[in-house]
Design a protein around this ligand. Structure first.
Ligand SMILES: [Zn+2]
Length: 183
């Protein structure tokens, strides 16, 4: 599905007073940095759309702050099922990722740094060409599990039937998995 190009260049100061709601389905292949983190064989097959697109919605709204000009807030929600490399057997494991975050836009990087410690929401700099998909990608990357792993790896025998010690991950397989993660 081709993404509406405007979601990569939103003119935030021009958002209407009543706010703006956006939603979409973004193919993983459109998010290059995220694609690099996926299990290689699964990532290669995203061209064939075997990986479900990432469903997201975003709501922008102005809020009147006491004694200040209106502030623009963004509520971003997304749902994805991403194939990562299992650190035990190296086969793809589908990890469900859910994002539900609030952001507030401020006028400059300095203000963002100054206020960041004092608020729960994340701060972003208000800009006339805001890339929503880039933010979505940042958030997905932050939420990826550090050590993706099957609950039970495919092909592994039930634990009771295994000789002692056989259930331990092969250290070489784990190492290979780490190597795959290196940039
Ligand atoms: Zn596994």
């Amino acid at each position: 599905m081709v993404q509406d190009p405007s979601v990569r260049a939103l003119n935030l100061p021009a958002v209407a007073p009543q706010g703006l709601s956006l939603s979409g389905q973004t193919e993983v292949g459109e998010l290059a940095r995220l694609l690099e983190e996926l299990e290689p064989a699964a990532a290669a097959s995203t061209a064939a759309s075997t990986v479900a697109p990432i469903a997201w919605q975003a709501h922008l709204q102005w809020r009147q702050a006491a004694g200040a000009s209106a502030q623009l807030w963004l509520h971003l929600q997304a749902r994805a099922q991403l194939p990562l490399g299992c650190q035990r057997c190296l086969a793809p494991v589908l990890e469900a990722i859910e994002i539900d975050r609030w952001f507030r836009f401020v006028e400059s990087e300095e203000v963002a740094l100054a206020e960041d410690d004092d608020c729960e929401e994340d701060l972003l700099v208000l800009q006339p060409q805001f890339d929503l998909l880039n933010l979505l990608e940042d958030e997905l990357l932050l939420d990826l599990p550090l050590v993706p792993m099957h609950e039970r790896c495919p092909g592994s025998a039930p634990a009771l039937d295994q000789p002692e010690g056989a259930a331990k991950p092969n250290p070489f397989a784990v190492l290979a998995g780490l190597k795959n993660k290196a940039p």
